[in-house]
Design a binder for this molecule. Sequence first.
Ligand SMILES: C[S@@+](CC[C@H](N)C(=O)[O-])C[C@H]1O[C@@H](n2cnc3c(N)ncnc32)[C@H](O)[C@@H]1O
Length: 282
Amino acid sequence: MDSTDTELEDIEVELLVRALQRRHGYDFGQYSPASLKRRIQQLAHTQGDGTISRLIERVLHEPGFLQVVLEGLSVPVSEMFRDPPVFRALREQVLPVLASYPQINIWQAGCAHGQEVYSLAILLEEEGLYERTQIYATDFNESALRQAQEGIYPAKEAQLWSRNYLEAGGRHTLADYYSARYELIKLDQRLRRNVIFANHNLVADEVFCEAQLVVCRNVLIYFSDALQDRTLALFRHSLVRGGFLCLGTRESLDFAPSAKDFTPVDAGLRIYRLGGRSAVRG
Ligand SMILES: C[S@@+](CC[C@H](N)C(=O)[O-])C[C@H]1O[C@@H](n2cnc3c(N)ncnc32)[C@H](O)[C@@H]1O
């Protein structure tokens, strides 16, 4: 591809981003440009007869195509107990503190197909805290949210997820929490009893709950620095003083203006606590 082609493609990317914003109110203008472009190119390949212009046309004129684009641009990839040491740290260092609250609110932002929500529900159940917990699981991808509510996954994932669960300090076996049928597993729907799944766009929507723990992993990596700052400010406003924030292992607070408001609990595992050291002691 020569420089003119690259320039033309950049213009098309800009036009697609504008079309999504003006036609549907979804703003990808502050996503990290390189990875956004890669995903748009893939989408053009699978849904646009190889061109971004065709994607723009479909976004503007085809009802229902927005969902296809959101699915393509949002990367709803996840796994249960992903990064097991993080879940072990939540179990051993965070939940014992949350246990002191009579009612626990958890906001899990960017829940994708729900694997992380069910993992949190299992942790809370095993630590005896689930009855007094409300989990708000949000994403801006409606079809991912629907799949998250169903809790049905390919059975081939179960082996890795079972290993993750045990590494994360699981007290039973993961199989105790699902039933298997043919090529699928279905998670015990009782795990969903204290979960509210809701559409929430981190780019445009505001804080909607007061939380003791915000878990948002592998979402900020797709955002520009400015959008990361906006999102972190949202989490800061949602958290009670002394509340916990858990980010993805490739994400960090270090360079964000919000960093000064947080104290690392385990910086390597990206678990932080709102408040200076004296505010969070004990
Ligand atoms: C890679 S998945 C992360 C899933 C899970 N948190 C994990 O770490 O396994 C990223 C998720 O972020 C969601 N997402 C991306 N941009 C978003 C936005 N502006 N508002 C809400 N969710 C968003 C995507 O739809 C996708 O489900």
